[in-house]
Design a protein around this ligand. Structure first.
Ligand SMILES: NC(=O)c1ccc[n+]([C@@H]2O[C@H](COP(=O)([O-])OP(=O)(O)OC[C@H]3O[C@@H](n4cnc5c(N)ncnc54)[C@H](O)[C@@H]3O)[C@@H](O)[C@H]2O)c1
Length: 386
C-alpha cells in the first residue's frame, strides 16, 4: 500500500489523515505550525478512543491506526509518498509555493492533490514543472463522516493520475464523483441556489427565516432549512464561498451574493459558532415561529427547488459531471433527500420550467432563465432517467 502524505493538520488535513490511516496506509502529516500538529495528534488519540468506547473500532485497530500515523516537521520526510494531499490555508500564492517545493522532494510518479474548495486546480498545477500529476481531491467536513469526495482533474492532469486517484479514494470507502475544474466544482456550485434564492425570498419580504426553513423541510424533506444550514456552516465561510463562485463565474447573476449575508458576516454574526446568525443561539433566546401557511410554504419550496434543479440541469448540459454523479454529489455531499435530476423527473420538467418562466417574465432577470437543456428535453419529451 502506498504511503500517504498530508500537508496541513487543521480540520480537513486531520480528518483526511484519519481516514487514510484507517484504510491501512502509512500516513505522514505535516504542518508548519507546531501547535497545530500537536493538537492534531492529541485529537486523533481522543477520536480513536471514543470510537473504541462506541465499539466502532477494536482496541487493536485503534492502536494500529495511531501507529500508522506519523507527525512530521520536515517536508523531506515525504520522499517515499505515493500520494500527497494538501489541505493548508486557502491562498493561491501559498499553495503554489508549496507545490513547487514539494515536486522537488517526491518521486516523479507521486500524485500531488489539493483539497481546495475554491481555487482552480489548473492554477495550482501551473506551479509545477510536471503538472500532469496534479489533481483536485475535494473532501467534505467532517471528513470521517461525509462520504462524498469530488475528483477534479485540471486541464493539464493526465488520465492515469485521475484513474489512480479515484481508485485510491474509492478504496477508503468514500463515494467519489468525477467533475470539471470549474468554480465550486459540483456541490459548492449547485447548492448556491438553496441559500441565494431563500435569502432573496426573505429580502423581498415574502417570508421570514423560520418560515422559509419550515417550508423547505416540510415540502422538500431537507434535513435543515437554508438559514439553519448557513448558521451551521458559518456565515463567514458560506458568504466567502458565494462571493468566490460569483466572481469566478464572471459575475453570473444566478450566483450573486446578498447584502443580508454580507452584513451578518461584517457584524461577525457567523451563526452557531458565534452564538448568533440568522437565529439567536444564546441560552433562553426566543426565535420567531414559522408562519405555517400551506400556500406560502409550497410557493417557497417550488421556487427554491426550481432554482436548484435549473442549476443541476445546466451543470449536466455543460458536462460538469454525469447525471449519476451530479445526483450523488448532492445526496452524499450535502445530504439532500434526493438527487436533483431524479427530483426533476419526479416533479416534471414542465412544472419546473413553468415556475422559472413565470419568474423570468416577472423579474426580467437572467437569473431565472431556464437552462437550454430543459427546453430541449421538453421539446423531445425526455426524462433524465427513463
Ligand atoms: N473546512 C472545510 O469545511 C473545508 C471543506 C473542504 C475543503 N476545505 C479546504 O481545505 C483546506 C484546509 O482547510 P481547513 O478548514 O482544514 O483549514 P484549517 O485552518 O483548519 O487548517 C489549515 C492548516 O494548514 C496549516 N498551514 C497553513 N499554511 C501552511 C503551509 N504553508 N505549510 C504547512 N501547513 C500550513 C495551518 O497551520 C493549519 O493548521 C483549504 O484549502 C480549504 O478551502 C475546507
Amino acid at each position: 500500500m502506498i504511503q500517504i502524505g498530508i500537508i496541513g493538520s487543521g480540520a480537513m488535513g486531520a480528518g483526511i489523515a484519519q481516514v487514510a490511516a484507517t484504510a491501512g496506509h502509512q500516513v505522514i502529516v505535516y504542518d508548519n505550525n507546531q501547535s497545530a500538529l500537536d493538537k492534531a495528534k492529541t485529537n486523533l488519540e481522543i477520536t480513536l478512543k471514543k470510537l473504541v468506547e462506541k465499539q466502532k473500532l477494536t482496541e487493536q485497530s485503534s492502536k494500529d491506526i495511531f501507529s500508522r500515523t506519523q507527525f512530521a516537521t520536515d517536508l523531506n520526510q515525504f520522499k517515499g509518498c505515493g500520494l500527497v494531499i494538501e489541505a493548508i490555508v486557502e491562498n493561491i500564492d501559498v499553495k503554489q509555493k508549496l507545490f513547487s517545493e514539494l515536486e522537488n522532494i517526491v518521486s516523479d510518479d507521486c500524485i500531488l492533490a489539493s483539497n481546495t474548495s475554491s481555487l482552480s486546480i489548473a492554477s495550482i498545477a501551473s506551479a509545477c514543472k510536471k503538472s500532469d500529476r496534479v489533481i483536485g481531491i475535494h473532501f467534505f467536513n467532517p471528513v470521517p463522516i461525509m462520504p462524498l469526495v469530488e475528483i477534479i482533474p485540471a486541464i493539464t492532469t493526465d488520465e492515469k493520475t485521475t484513474i489512480e486517484s479515484k481508485k485510491i479514494i474509492d478504496n477508503w470507502g468514500k463515494v467519489t464523483v468525477l467533475t470539471k475544474d470549474t468554480p465550486g466544482f459540483i456541490v459548492n456550485r449547485v447548492a448556491r441556489s438553496y441559500y441565494g434564492e431563500s435569502i432573496r425570498i426573505y429580502e423581498e419580504g415574502m417570508a421570514d427565516f423560520a418560515t422559509i426553513d419550515w417550508a423547505m423541510k416540510t415540502y422538500g424533506g431537507f434535513k435543515m432549512g437554508p438559514f439553519e444550514l448557513m448558521d451551521f456552516i458559518g456565515n463567514d465561510i458560506n458568504y466567502k464561498v458565494t462571493e468566490s463562485v460569483w466572481t469566478q463565474f464572471f459575475f453570473e447573476p444566478r450566483f450573486k451574493p446578498s447584502l443580508t449575508q454580507k452584513r451578518l458576516f461584517e457584524a461577525k454574526l457567523f451563526g452557531k459558532k458565534s452564538g448568533r446568525g440568522y437565529y439567536n443561539y444564546a441560552e433562553g433566546a426566543v426565535n420567531a415561529e414559522p408562519n405555517k401557511n400551506e400556500e406560502l410554504g409550497k410557493y417557497i419550496f417550488n421556487r427554491v427547488i426550481s432554482m436548484l434543479i435549473n442549476e443541476a440541469v445546466d451543470s449536466f448540459y455543460l458536462k460538469l459531471a454525469s447525471k449519476e454523479d451530479l445526483d450523488l454529489a448532492m445526496t452524499k455531499g450535502v445530504n439532500y433527500p434526493k438527487g436533483l435530476l431524479k427530483w426533476a423527473d419526479e416533479i416534471g420538467l414542465q412544472t419546473i420550467y413553468n415556475t422559472l418562466d413565470v419568474l423570468y417574465e416577472l423579474y426580467n432577470e437572467e437569473r431565472y432563465r431556464p437552462s437550454i437543456l430543459m427546453k430541449m428535453m421538453l421539446r423531445d419529451n425526455k426524462k433524465f432517467y427513463e
